[in-house]
Design a protein around this ligand. Structure first.
Ligand code: AMP
Length: 545
C-alpha cells in the first residue's frame, strides 16, 4: 500500500512462535538493557527474567498449569509486566481485571473466566478475598505499589506506608523464596492463550476474548514496526494495562524489543509530563482523554515532549480540533489508531508523520490504514464488499484477530462468521485505503475509551424503588468523548431527585459507568417489542422534569 511508511515490509513473517520466545531473544541479546522503570526504580531485562522465573516457580507451586487463567488486578506497576511474563513462561494466561471493579462486577468476570488465582494490590486484598470467597479462585498473591521505587511521590501515593494485608502472600516474598529457580517450561505455542480480556461485542454481555500468543505477537510486531519502534526506545505505559491497548501496544511492544517500558501507576498529568522528560520517552499510545488532560496542565510545554518520536491515540473517536490544538501548542501530531479487544488492539492506524484526512460528510478523522497482515473489508448487510467510498460494516481477518470467546460458541459464531470478525462498526474505506468510522451499529457508550453498557446502568437504575423505566445513552462530551446520560420515568406518585439517583447509581457502579446526569421524563420511548429507542432519547436533556 502506497501509504505505508517507506521500508514497511507489507508481508512480514513473525520470527517467534510465542511471546516467551520473543522475550527470551530480547534478554539474550542485551541482558543489561533497562526493561522497566518506575519513578526512580530500574529493572534490567536480566532482572525481570530472573524475577519472572521465580514468580513462575511460585505460581507452579500453587498449581497453576498451562491453559489456566490468572487474574491481574493491578494498576500500571512493574509487577504487571513481571506477572504477565511469569504466566506466559508456564503457558498460563493473564486475565486483565480492571482495578476499579468492585464486588459483583469483579466477581462476575472472575467466575466467567474460571480464574484459578488473582494477583492484586495489598490495599484491596481483604475486600478482594471477601468478594471472591466461594469462587474458583484458590489463592491471592498481593503486592504493594510502593515496591520497585523509593520516591513515593505524594501526588501518586496517597499513603506512603505499606498496607498490612492479612491475606495472600506478597509477590516480592514469592520471588525471593524462589530466586534462582527455573520454572517448568512447557513448549508454549502460538495457539496458547496469552491474554484474556473482557470485551463487548454487540449484545451487551461481557465476553472473554482469548488473545493467543500468535495474535499478540502479530499486533506487537506489525504495530511496533509500523510506528517505527526500535531498540533503545522508551515506551510510556500511559494506557491502563488492564485494557488490551495498554497490555499489547504499550507493554508487549516494549517487552519484546530492547526497549524500556516506563510505569507511573495510575495516570497523573503533571507526573506523566515529568516522566516524559526524566526518562526521555519516545512513544506512547493512550486514549484521547489523557492527551486532553496533558493539554490542560498550565506549565506543559514542547520541552516535555522533546524526546518523543510519535504519539498515538486509540479506542475512541478523536475530535480533529483536539489534534490541531495539541499540535499547535506542543509541536506533536496525535496519530489515530483503531483496535478492538478481538483484534488484540491496534490494527488500523495513521502512519507516523502522515496526517489523517477528515471525512467531509461526517467530519470524522480517519482512523488510518490497515496494518500489514490485516485483511480489512467493508461489507454490505448481505456480507458483500462495497465500493470504495461507500459505508458498510467493517470486517477484519488476519493473524491479529482472535479465533473466539471463552465458553461462548454461539457468540463466536455470530461475531466471526466464516472466520471474519464483524466489528459492529460502520465504516467507509476510500480508494487510497484510508478508513473512516462513521457510525456504530452498537449502542455501547465510549467514555474516554472505557466501554459502558447502557443495559447494565439501566439495570441498576431499575433497582431504585421510585424508577419505573430507565434508558441510558451516550452523549457527546468535549473532554471524555462521550458521557453516560440516563433518562427515567417514575412510578405513579413516586418522587426522587436527579442527584439522589446519581448518588444511588454511584454507590453501585465503577466511576466511569455512572451517569453524569439523570433526567426524569414522562415516558421512555420504546419499540413495539420493548427495545428502548436510544437515538430518540439522546439529546432529550432538559425535557419534562
Ligand atoms: P474495545 O474492544 O473495548 O477496545 O472497543 C472497540 C471499539 O472501540 C471499536 O469497535 C470502535 O467502536 C471503538 N474504537 C476503537 N478505536 C477507535 C478509534 N480510533 N476511533 C473511534 N472509535 C474507536
Amino acid at each position: 500500500m502506497s501509504l505505508y511508511p517507506s521500508g514497511t515490509v507489507t508481508d512480514p513473517s513473525i520470527p517467534f512462535a510465542s511471546l516467551v520466545d520473543a522475550w527470551n531473544a530480547r534478554v539474550a541479546a542485551n541482558p543489561d538493557g533497562v526493561a522497566l522503570r518506575y519513578f526512580d526504580g530500574v529493572l534490567t531485562a536480566a532482572e525481570v527474567d530472573e524475577q519472572s522465573d521465580a514468580l513462575a516457580v511460585g505460581l507452579s507451586e500453587k498449581g497453576v498449569r498451562r491453559g489456566d487463567r490468572v487474574g491481574i488486578y493491578l494498576q500500571n506497576i512493574p509487577q504487571y509486566a513481571i506477572s504477565m511474563v511469569a504466566l506466559w513462561k508456564i503457558g498460563a494466561a493473564a486475565l486483565l481485571l480492571n482495578p476499579m471493579y468492585r464486588g459483583a462486577e469483579l466477581r462476575h468476570l472472575v467466575d466467567d473466566a474460571g480464574t484459578v488465582g488473582v494477583i492484586c494490590s495489598d490495599r484491596s486484598a481483604e475486600e478482594t478475598a471477601d468478594t471472591l470467597r466461594g469462587s474458583s479462585v484458590r489463592w491471592l498473591i498481593t503486592t504493594s505499589d510502593l515496591d520497585f521505587q523509593n520516591r513515593s511521590d505524594p501526588r501518586v501515593f496517597a499513603d506512603p506506608v505499606r498496607a498490612t494485608s492479612r491475606v495472600g502472600e506478597d509477590l516480592v516474598n514469592v520471588v525471593a523464596r524462589h530466586r534462582g529457580a527455573r520454572p517448568p517450561r512447557p513448549d508454549v505455542s502460538g495457539d496458547d492463550t496469552a491474554i484474556v480480556a473482557y470485551t463487548s461485542g454487540t449484545t451487551g454481555t461481557p465476553k472473554a476474548s482469548l488473545n493467543t500468543h500468535a495474535n499478540v505477537l502479530a499486533v506487537a510486531t506489525t504495530f511496533g514496526d509500523f510506528v517505527g519502534t526500535a531498540d533503545g526506545d522508551v515506551v510510556f505505559a500511559i494506557a491502563p494495562l488492564f485494557h488490551i491497548t495498554g497490555a499489547v501496544i504499550n507493554a508487549v511492544v516494549a517487552l519484546i524489543r530492547d526497549c524500556t517500558l516506563v510505569f507511573a501507576n495510575r495516570f497523573h498529568p503533571e507526573v506523566t509530563l515529568e516522566m516524559f522528560v526524566e526518562h526521555r520517552v519516545t512513544f506512547t499510545i493512550g486514549s484521547i482523554t489523557v492527551f486532553n488532560a496533558l493539554y490542560r496542565v498550565p506549565d506543559a510545554s514542547p520541552e516535555h515532549f522533546a524526546s518523543v518520536k510519535a504519539l498515538y491515540s486509540g479506542g475512541a473517536p478523536i475530535p480533529p480540533a483536539t489534534v490541531r490544538k495539541f499540535e499547535e501548542r506542543f509541536g506533536h501530531y496525535i496519530h489515530n489508531a483503531f483496535g478492538m479487544t478481538e483484534t488484540s488492539s491496534g490494527v488500523i492506524a495513521v502512519p507516523p508523520g502522515a496526517r489523517a484526512p477528515v471525512d467531509p460528510a461526517s467530519g470524522s478523522l480517519s482512523i488510518g490504514i490497515p496494518l500489514p497482515l490485516l485483511d480489512a473489508r467493508v461489507v454490505s448487510a448481505d456480507g458483500e464488499p462495497v465500493l470504495a467510498g461507500t459505508a458498510g460494516e467493517l470486517t477484519l481477518a488476519g493473524p491479529q484477530i482472535i479465533a473466539g470467546y471463552l465458553g461462548r460458541p454461539e457468540d463466536t459464531a455470530k461475531t466471526f462468521p466464516c472466520g471474519r470478525l464483524h466489528t459492529g462498526d460502520v465504516a467507509i474505506m476510500d480508494e487510497h485505503g484510508w478508513v473512516y468510522l462513521v457510525d456504530r451499529l452498537k449502542d455501547q457508550i465510549n467514555v474516554s475509551g472505557y466501554k459502558v453498557w447502557p443495559r447494565e446502568v439501566e439495570g441498576v437504575l431499575h433497582e431504585h424503588p421510585a424508577v419505573y423505566e430507565a434508558g441510558v445513552t451516550g452523549e457527546p462530551d468535549d473532554y471524555q468523548g462521550e458521557r453516560v446520560v440516563a433518562y427515567v420515568s417514575l412510578n405513579p406518585g413516586a418522587h426522587v431527585s436527579e442527584s439522589e439517583l446519581v448518588a444511588f447509581v454511584g454507590d453501585r457502579l465503577a466511576a466511569y459507568k455512572r451517569p453524569r446526569q439523570v433526567h426524569v421524563v414522562d415516558s421512555i420511548p420504546k419499540t413495539l417489542t420493548g427495545k428502548i429507542r436510544r437515538t430518540e432519547l439522546r439529546g432529550r436533556a432538559g425535557a419534562t422534569m
